[in-house]
Design a protein around this ligand. Structure first.
Ligand code: GAR
Length: 211
């Protein structure tokens, strides 16, 4: 099993979905570490309850020294023998150097159908734009913010009475479904990138689209 770290900043519901999937010994990723850049992240307690080692590297302590922060993170990852990183509500932008180092082994979930709505407040923006469909994306991380080859997406309807919160909840349900599936593909070594696109061995693109 591929030793995987989940990086979080907050609630950790996607982390919990990944932990639940990884409880199955046949799941190809072993969650060997949950690391937060905030000591007050609620997900840390959930991870500890599940018996997973946790670590905190307070980004605030580095006062904008991103390279220093990432060097500290790298140290913790190395100490835990981590081979794969899953970002799950990790709200720090990583430097190109970090992203390069982990190329092909760094995956993120984002609450929109990328490349629409990178960044924050995705649900508000989808509603404001009058979209009928919205969703979530699991992608390999490349240097741009919320950019990189797409592994899986799921779409949900935007309903007339939706608020950002009701839409977020509908999307989150799908996040919890597609993230464990996509991480499994990556951990099992089934993902290849060609011409900037991810191809998953044995998964027809249409299935990746629905995941
Ligand atoms: C999730 O909706 C995730 O997609 C989003 O933050 C939320 C974290 O929730 N991530 C981003 O916006 C990253 N740009 P969680 O902590 O309960 O998984």
């Amino acid at each position: 099993r591929t030793r995987t770290a989940i990086l979080i900043s907050g609630r950790g519901s996607n982390m919990a979905a990944l932990l639940a999937a990884a409880r199955d010994p046949a799941y190809p990723a072993e969650i060997a570490l949950v690391l937060s850049n905030r000591a007050d992240a609620a997900g840390l307690a959930r991870a500890a309850e599940a018996g997973v080692p946790t670590a905190v590297v307070e980004s605030r302590g580095f006062r904008g020294d991103r390279a220093g922060f990432e060097a500290a993170v790298q140290g913790v990852l190395a100490a835990h023998g981590i081979a794969l990183i899953a970002l799950a509500g990790f709200m720090r932008v990583l430097t190109p150097g970090f992203v390069e180092h982990w190329a092909g082994r760094l995956v993120n979930i984002h609450p929109s159908l990328l490349p629409s709505f990178p960044g924050l407040d995705t649900h508000e923006r989808a509603i404001a734009a009058g979209l009928r469909l919205h969703g979530c994306t699991v992608h390999l991380v490349s240097a741009g913010v919320d950019e990189g080859p797409i592994l899986a997406q799921a779409a949900v309807p935007v309903l007339p009475d939706d608020t950002a919160a009701s839409l977020a909840a509908r999307v989150l349900e799908q996040e919890h479904r597609i993230y464990p599936a996509a991480l499994a593909w990556l951990a099992a070594g089934r993902v290849r990138v060609a011409a900037g696109r991810a191809v998953v061995e044995g998964i027809p693109p249409a299935q990746g689209a629905l995941a």
